[in-house]
Design a binder for this molecule. Structure first.
Ligand SMILES: [Zn+2]
Length: 302
């Protein structure tokens, strides 16, 4: 098969199926009382499934699609075949440019985050608090020399807990324990592995729906970790820690190299309301059924 015909439909397929899937995931999240973890999976599938649609296209193209030769049929494969002389080189240049930009971004990220503090003064406090949370497994803790209050888990196969000096100086022991409980919930849920869907967002960087799906995935992932951490800490400590971190983050935002959407007042208040309310959302429908429903919406796309 022609190289141009393989590459040309990529932008259209991923954008159109991404739009359908993101709308579907958003609709299901709004209409059904789903747990944050289920919503997180729905948005992850809105990132994953457009790639399947494209590979399905490749399969039916190699099998010989009779639509391609039909002029006037408003189908993605027809349009792509018609404009392939423009679409194929445009897609290749766009992808190469984006990959170069991302490689540069990742290469400079560590330097921007701040150097690692090697003395045990700060990390010792974290290691002392972990057993109080009932966590006895071996865990590497890294502390970064940054004013910015941050906590996250890095590493896919060997998760490592990363905190900043700014966070440790800001929070008292109980609030710090709540933040640690939240991060441990990310590790227990395997979020460091699920976060690999950001590769799919990068592959679909041209589609606004991929960015919306990623933002919704990340928001639900935080809500899910908040819910899961409440067995190890109180809601008031966790809510207090989030407020303090958000406030300091907003104060420092003019100096920060990266603005987090978690510091947006709307997402903070949504998290805090969910943490402090006794109402827990329950999934009434099994997740596989929702995923199957979403997948079936794009099967007719050609
Ligand atoms: Zn988190």
């Amino acid at each position: 098969m022609d190289f141009a015909l393989i590459v040309a439909p990529y932008l259209l397929y991923v954008t159109v199926s991404g739009a359908i899937l993101y709308s579907g995931a958003m609709l299901l999240s709004m209409l059904l009382p789903l747990a944050p973890r289920s919503k997180m999976m729905l948005y992850a599938s809105a990132l994953l499934l457009p790639m399947f649609t494209y590979s399905y296209y490749l399969r039916h193209m190699t099998a010989g699609c009779d639509m391609v030769g039909t002029p006037g049929a408003i189908r993605i494969c027809t349009l792509s075949a018609y404009y392939s002389e423009f679409l194929a080189p445009f897609t290749v240049v766009l992808l190469i440019g984006y990959v170069a930009w991302r490689v540069w971004q990742v290469a400079t990220k560590r330097a921007k985050l701040g150097r690692e503090i090697t003395d045990r003064f700060h990390s010792g406090r974290v290691y002392a608090l972990l057993p109080e949370l009932g966590y006895t497994e071996e865990l590497t803790v890294a502390v970064l020399d940054s004013h910015y209050p941050m906590a996250f888990v890095r590493g896919v196969f060997r998760p490592e807990l990363v905190l900043t000096r700014g966070l440790l100086e800001l929070l008292g022991d109980e609030e710090l324990k709540a933040v640690l409980a939240h991060e441990l919930a990310h590790i227990a849920g395997g979020d460091n592995v699920y976060n690999l869907v950001h590769v799919l967002r990068d592959l679909a960087f041209f589609s606004p729906f991929a960015h919306l799906a990623w933002a919704s995935y990340a928001a639900e992932r935080e809500m899910a970790a908040d819910y899961a951490s409440l067995g190890r800490c109180t809601g008031t400590d966790l809510a207090g820690a989030i407020l303090k971190v958000a406030r300091r983050g907003q104060d420092l935002s003019c100096f920060a190299w990266q603005h987090s959407h978690f510091y947006r007042p709307s997402s903070i208040s949504r998290r805090i309301r969910a943490i402090l309310s006794d109402h827990r959302q329950v999934a009434l429908v099994p997740l596989w059924l929702l995923l199957a429903l979403l997948s079936s919406t794009i099967l007719g796309l050609c």
